[in-house]
Design a binder for this molecule. Sequence first.
Ligand SMILES: [Zn+2]
Ligand SMILES: [Zn+2]
Length: 426
Amino acid sequence: MPRARDRVRDRRTCRDIGAKSWRYGVFLFLAARRTDTHDGRPWKVTVSKVSAFRYSKPREVARLFAEARAMISPSLTSLSTYGEDRSASHLRFLMVAEINGLIRPEIRALIAALCVALLCAAATPSADAAPSTAKAVSQPAVLSVTQLAPGLYAHRGHDDVATRQNGGDIANVGFVIGTRCVAVIDTGGTAAEGRALRAAIRAVTPLPVCYVINTHMHPDHILGNAAFVDDHPQFVGSDKLAEAEMSHAANYLRVLTRELGDVAAGSRVIPPTLPVHDTLDLDLGSRVLTLRTWKTAHTNNDLTVYDKRTGTLWLADLLFAGCLPVIDGSVLGWLDDLATIRALPGVRRVVPGHGPLRVQWPQALDAERDYLARLARDVRAAIRAGQTMQQAVDTIGVDQRGRWRLVDVYHRRNVTAAYAELEWEQ
Ligand SMILES: [Zn+2]
Ligand SMILES: [Zn+2]
């Protein structure tokens, strides 16, 4: 049987390799563990949560895996994809390699990392991948906004993935007005949407924009930041946001350009100038917004905005309403955060990151909590029953279609993310 110390060391080795892979714009969680099959000698190296952008052709995936197998054969006894999940802009797949024993653990980890490097290399743009030529719906010059409470405005994004047709306008964004200045909460999926949001602010108030708050790293919430640079605001986000943006920016922009073509022009990542550690109050003049960071949930850099004057809690992507929640962080962390959020005093209204702007409070959290809790429960049961990740993906939550929008895009990905997280509990 493996010694506990070996397990710890090998986990660390793999995580180090994963961290280095961030340089390539790929988020990687690499884990290795000894199995007790085959006389306890073989190792099962699990490479999970590999996000590869730019893929559009299944044949390329097959070729890639053939190359990986050829490269590390004969040490590799099996190699297969798990939880392949394709959407318009994004393919995520998981790989499991079972490698025979008698190889030093570091070498095993290295082999796994080489596989990942291959995946990364193949995920770079190909010259023949032309930008989408689908007809674009031109971004309105002024974004439509709704006043949810005095001085608090929000725009409802499309319930979809970013496309040329919707101009990347898929997240709920908004702004809050004090007596001195304005705080923007998320800026949308493109510079054009950011400009339209800025025009919506100008239509309501002449006060300057002093803060641009980004609730987390996802491109539909941050890529409109460029529209506000000339206002010289403080760009505000979690103290983990800058690093997360840095490691994902290249891929976010590459995918955006591929999917939206010229509609994406001018979009770029503007990192926070004012990081939030734990909580931070922003005074807009007779109006204080309380920003708060959370434990890893939707992402590792989630941040909420509380407007005490109106009892409004802007939850952003900690709350999905009607659209399937997407796990890019931790299912267990998210459940913990939801329990805390539900017990917060003074909250009279919440704003989700996706879905209707007006939702029932606190009932709005229940559907999301039930989905996440059931996902965690079913994935744990699958792991206990010895199911592979693929079996879990194929069987868990198949009845969710019809209950949520975008299930086909995100549910299988959620199962793989939960499996990768929960298999360490055993
Ligand atoms: Zn979002
Ligand atoms: Zn998000």
